[in-house]
Structure formats: structure tokens, C-alpha cells
Design a protein around this ligand. Structure first.
Ligand SMILES: O=C(O)C(=O)C[C@]1(C(=O)O)C=C[C@@H](O)C=C1
Length: 361
């Protein structure tokens, strides 16, 4: 009797050819990753040239049929970011989850889908994973163009010793998602920052609905999928993941709404020639202390890109200043400024120097 295992496979040769091709591809990709890693080790501080050459190659190839080699090239380029920031293959990247939160979308834009992501329930959880060495890197929201600083993140920099080693800017378009009609919504769930970014729209279109603050937009989407009368403000992707209807698209008050995410890790990043430095300091409580610090930047002609003050927990009337400036701490000009600043401040924390981020599409 001829059993199924005896029978020659109808596509025998084709499968063999595919298998061989897959093995060669795997081998080539492994070789490529090894070369990237070696280049980075040999040339600390140099922007990996293959990122640029790959970009050019991707442009040349263009979209071909329905599977685009251009997308594949982009995927490889994201993989290069992993090499640049030096996670070992087994290291994970912590983000505020669950999946399809904006933090997840930013992480995927920066590192590509091939990275090993681990969701955590809070921003402080992402810091704890990195500081404790359980995750190699983390992705945390730091500033939004409509709503300003993300206070949970700035507070954690004061408490946990992590390095900022990169940044990514993600355009944020919020969706009102749910299973019910707009007239049946009695609660809108989302993260406080997202609710705040849609404040005007909500007041105008859903004045009766109760606004409920939850730990992330993706958590809100999960609730809207199971609770009748509950809608969420979240990403389109979160809605698709939970099978939700788009009740209204683009409900953000500012159409050019962008959130900046910091990539946090445990290792300093070398200069790239287009860097920023983040730092935090505490000043003496006396008239002119902040003005003196500002003069230090002015005299060195250092351009500040951001300054925030926030109250020190348990210290009434005491503030920490969070500053970002152009330049890398390993360059003599910035190193000098930091030295001077050390003498002018009660506490100075250098949070990291890293390549200036771009807005991803
Ligand atoms: O809740 C999420 O999806 C997040 O990733 C957090 C977060 C934030 O706190 O800023 C990130 C980007 C958006 O601005 C809204 C929410």
C-alpha cells in the first residue's frame, strides 16, 4: 500500500529549492549582522555607512509587485538601529504596553518588527526593566507637541540611573474607537495625555461622556472591546487589533500632534555629528541662580532646545531643571560647559548624549 509518507511530494523539487534559498538568505543575513556589529565595534562614534547605502539601494529598487523589496530593506535598516545601540540579540526592549500603544508603534518604527519587545504596565516599569538590566533598552514618551512634558517620564529620570541613547518622534493621530454608536457612549477611556490632546474635541462632541484615565491608550482599546457604552481614544492599529469600529478619526485638537519618545539604555552613545545632550540639575534657592546657569550656556554659545522645571518630591519650593541642548558631551565645548555647570549646581545628572531624532511617518 502506498502511504502518504511514501508518496513523492508533489512540490518536492520546488520546496528543496526554497529551503536552500532560505538557508542561504539566513546565512547572508547572519553574515551581514556580524559585519554591522564588527563595524560598530571598530568605529565607535561613526554613523554606520550601510544605513545610508541601504537607503539608496532601497530607493533604487522601488516597489516591485505586491511584496516590496523596499520594505525588506527598511526592515534591515531598522535592524541596524539595534546594532548601533548595542543590544545583544537576547536583550529585550521594554515599552508601555500592551501592544499597539503609541509607545509600541514608536518602538517598532525605531527598531523594526524583528526586535524582541516586552510590554510593561507603566512608564516606571520600563525604567525599572532597564535599570535592573532585565531589558537592554526601553522606549518612553517624553514630550508632546500639544500637551508638553510627560511628567511620569521626567520624574523617573530623577529616580533611576538610565542613559538616554536615542529619540524618535511619532506623529500622533487619535481615533475614537468602540463597538457602539456615538450616541450610546457614556464613557471615554484613555491615557491622561491622550485625553488632554483631544480635550477640545471631547468637550464639543461628547460633553456628557465621563472621561476615564487608564494606564495606556491600548489598555483603553481593550476595555472598549468588552464594555458596552465604553469608547477609547487610541491608535487606529489598536482599534484594528481589537476589532473596534472607528467612530471618529483624527480627534486630536492639533493636527500636527507629535510625541517625542526617548530610547533609554545602560550605555553611552558615541558622537554622530548631529547630537543632543539631556541633563538635569538642582540649583541653590537664591535669586539669580537660574540666570547664572543660563549665562554659562550663553557664554559657550550652546543652543538649548528644551527647558522644563518640576518640583522635587518632598521638598517644598525646590525644583529640578531638565535641559536639552545641541551637541555631544564628548566634544570639548560641551564638556567645558558641563564642568562649569557642576560648580554652579547642587546636583547635576547627565542623562545622555545621542543622535537627534527625526519625525517618522
Ligand atoms: O498610551 C500610550 O499609547 C502611550 O504610548 C503613552 C502616550 C503618552 O503618555 O504620551 C504616548 C503618546 C501619546 O501622546 C499618548 C500616550
Amino acid at each position: 500500500m502506498n502511504t502518504s509518507s511514501d508518496r513523492p511530494h508533489p512540490h518536492g523539487t520546488a520546496d528543496d529549492a526554497l529551503l536552500e534559498l532560505d538557508q542561504r538568505l539566513l546565512q547572508l543575513l547572519t553574515e551581514r549582522m556580524e559585519i554591522c556589529r564588527q563595524r560598530q565595534l571598530d568605529n565607535p562614534g561613526v554613523v554606520l555607512p550601510q544605513i545610508e547605502s541601504l537607503r539608496e539601494l532601497a530607493e533604487e529598487v522601488g516597489p516591485v509587485s505586491h511584496v516590496s523589496p523596499k520594505r525588506l530593506m527598511e526592515w534591515l535598516m531598522h535592524g541596524d538601529n539595534l546594532c548601533v545601540h548595542g543590544t545583544r540579540p537576547c536583550q529585550q526592549i521594554a515599552f508601555l504596553g500592551p501592544i499597539y500603544s503609541y509607545s509600541y508603534l514608536a518602538a517598532v518604527k525605531f527598531f523594526g518588527l524583528g526586535a524582541d519587545f516586552v510590554p510593561v504596565a507603566t512608564i516606571s516599569g520600563a525604567f525599572a526593566e532597564v535599570a535592573g538590566g532585565h531589558a537592554g533598552l526601553g522606549v518612553v514618551p517624553i514630550e508632546n507637541s500639544t500637551d508638553g512634558r510627560v511628567v511620569d517620564t521626567l520624574g523617573m529620570f530623577a529616580k533611576m540611573p538610565v542613559e538616554i541613547c536615542g529619540e524618535v518622534l511619532l506623529p500622533i493621530h487619535h481615533f475614537l474607537l468602540g463597538r457602539c454608536a456615538r450616541t450610546e457612549i457614556h464613557e471615554v477611556h484613555s491615557k491622561p495625555q491622550a485625553l488632554s490632546q483631544c480635550r477640545r474635541w471631547l468637550a464639543e462632541h461628547l460633553p456628557e461622556a465621563r472621561l476615564v484615565e487608564v494606564s495606556s491608550t491600548a489598555t483603553a482599546a481593550a476595555t472598549a472591546a468588552t464594555e458596552p457604552g465604553v469608547a477609547a481614544i487610541a491608535s487606529r492599529e489598536a482599534g484594528v487589533h481589537h476589532g473596534l469600529r472607528v467612530i471618529e478619526a483624527n480627534v486630536e485638537d492639533q493636527k500636527d500632534n507629535v510625541t517625542r519618545f526617548a530610547i533609554i539604555g545602560n550605555r553611552p552613545s558615541p558622537p554622530t555629528g548631529r547630537d543632543k545632550t539631556s541633563l538635569m540639575f538642582q540649583l541653590e534657592h537664591r535669586p539669580g541662580a537660574l540666570a547664572d546657569a543660563m549665562v554659562t550656556f550663553q557664554m559657550a554659545e550652546v543652543n538649548l532646545t528644551w527647558i522644563e522645571s518640576f518640583p522635587l518630591p518632598n521638598c517644598p519650593n525646590e525644583y529640578l531643571f531638565f535641559v536639552e541642548l545641541e551637541g555631544h558631551r564628548d566634544t570639548p565645548a560641551i564638556a567645558q560647559v558641563l564642568e562649569k555647570l557642576k560648580q554652579q549646581t547642587l546636583r547635576l545628572e547627565l542623562l545622555g548624549s545621542y543622535a537627534r531624532g527625526v519625525v517618522v511617518s
